[in-house]
Design a protein around this ligand. Structure first.
Ligand SMILES: [Zn+2]
Length: 312
């Protein structure tokens, strides 16, 4: 029987646990709401309690929505309260009484692209996830690139508009503040006059507005939805062309809620980022990942880390 993995994906709203094997076959899945205001110890307890609903696994891993240092510390977690320089890896290892693999969620998703998705065929690629925020992962010569401290791949905080809108990181004009799912909806909601003038947008309750609605608006020819999506395409393409200039990747992979139903969005981005390259124009394939690749990210992390340990 192949090795079985128990993986947890900690998000700002929910924690998902899955039991899977090394082929990515998922046997069981359980979800709870994140107790995000109670601090690190309560969260570790919550993961442990959830783990009691699973058995028959050999490895445990946790992925977390904030940068993680090489020794397992969380400097700060914007979506959760009470996280300042917490050694989460140590807390998890103590609680479980065994090694628990830990990494940032986007980094683990990039590893999952390599292990379970089209990334298998590429040695050098960039992964970008666009959902509530924008994150990423960098594969160089078949290895995830973590940087000096472990914080590499925070692609969402690349500034593409000097003095642009304020980002969660405290700076202005980061790509996350301009083209993430939450930025796209925020830019609509902020312009209440435009919403009132639009037959399409004024029919949607603004507290339930999704990026999917705005994509539909563009498809139906709504001028303000079109403007907002076209702006997001413009900045996202600028961002991708910067990434291509830095890394010269073989391929780029896109994941996350914004791309789920945005095939036209991806096509527009492909076209625009190609033209943004100026005289260095070249075709870099851009692919959308499978949904399951994100689900399997904690499992991919454990598989990758185990292989790394065995090869050292
Ligand atoms: Zn930022």
């Amino acid at each position: 029987m192949s090795t079985r993995y128990l993986g947890f994906d900690v998000g700002g709203t929910k924690i998902t646990g899955i039991l899977s094997d090394s082929n990515g076959k998922i046997f069981k899945r359980k979800q709870v709401k994140t107790r995000k205001f109670l601090g690190p110890d309560a969260l570790v307890d919550q993961i442990y309690t959830l783990s009691e609903q699973f058995d028959g696994y050999e490895e445990i891993s946790v992925i977390f929505p904030a940068p993680i240092s090489l020794d397992g510390r969380v400097l700060s977690a914007p979506n959760l309260r009470g996280w300042r320089n917490v050694n989460l890896k140590r807390k998890l290892t103590e609680k479980f009484g065994r090694e628990v693999y830990l990494d940032n969620d986007a980094t683990a998703q990039a590893i999952s692209v390599k292990i379970f998705d089209k990334g298998k065929s590429y040695s050098n690629f960039i992964y970008v996830v666009n959902g509530t925020g924008i994150g990423g992962g960098i594969f160089i010569n078949n290895k995830i690139y973590r940087g000096h401290n472990g914080y590499a791949g925070e692609l969402g905080h690349m500034v593409v508009l000097a003095n642009g809108p304020v980002c969660g990181c405290g700076r202005r004009g980061c790509i996350e503040a301009l083209a993430s799912g939450s930025a796209i909806t925020r830019r609509v909601i902020e312009n209440i006059k435009e919403v009132r003038n639009s037959t399409f947008l004024s029919s949607i309750p603004m507290n339930r507005l999704t990026t999917e609605d705005i994509f539909s608006g563009k498809k139906l020819g709504d001028p303000f939805s079109t403007l907002i999506i076209d702006e997001a395409v413009y900045y996202f393409s600028l961002f991708l062309s910067n990434i291509i200039n830095i890394f010269d990747p073989e391929a780029i992979f896109l994941g996350g809620g914004v791309f789920k139903n945005g095939n036209e969005f991806i096509n527009d981005i492909k076209q625009a980022s190609f033209h943004d390259m100026g005289i260095y124009q070249r075709k870099v394939p851009i692919y959308k990942i499978n949904d399951k690749t994100i689900d399997l990210a904690p499992v991919a992390l454990a598989i990758y880390e185990k292989e790394e340990q065995n090869s050292n």
